[in-house]
Design a protein around this ligand. Sequence first.
Ligand SMILES: [Fe+2]
Length: 186
Amino acid sequence: MSREVAIGLLEEKVTTPHIIKHSYAVEAVMRALAKRLGENEDEWGLAGLLHDLDNDLVDWQSDMSLHGPKTIEVLKNSSFGNEEMYNAILAHNAATGKSRDTKFEKALYAADPITGFITAIALVYPDKKLSSVKVKSITKRMKETRFAAGANREAMWSIEELGIDFPDFAELSLNAMREISDKLGL
Ligand SMILES: [Fe+2]
């Protein structure tokens, strides 16, 4: 499973620039989580990179449950990925009904919303930079339910099931995103 092939697929299938940026952000957070937990960094990173591959192929209004299965269909047609990765991608969307059992599945579920949440916090600052964001502002914003209301708090908190405290997760995610701040334009 090469990252180059995965990027080729991403750029072929996804045309929305913010979804491409989001994919790179989730990749970075997933790699950092795998490193922390002693798991497979490449595999977890690739799942992050590809988890929203079907963004342009699924009608989000009429059938949310196809978000995930459609990605797997594309990956299988491209002979890319493995079962663990498919299961993590399925489980990141609760509407698929796939339970989150493995560390891999739980990690992707939490990594997905935190990237958008941190992005929303960065955009509040005059310079709109990740370098302005502090871990404390992330934990504080978690309690403000009206701020970035679309970012699933329950999913982000669920990282604690992997034995990582939320502030620790916030710091790890912020640092991972900072490493690719140019790519994210933040
Ligand atoms: Fe996502």
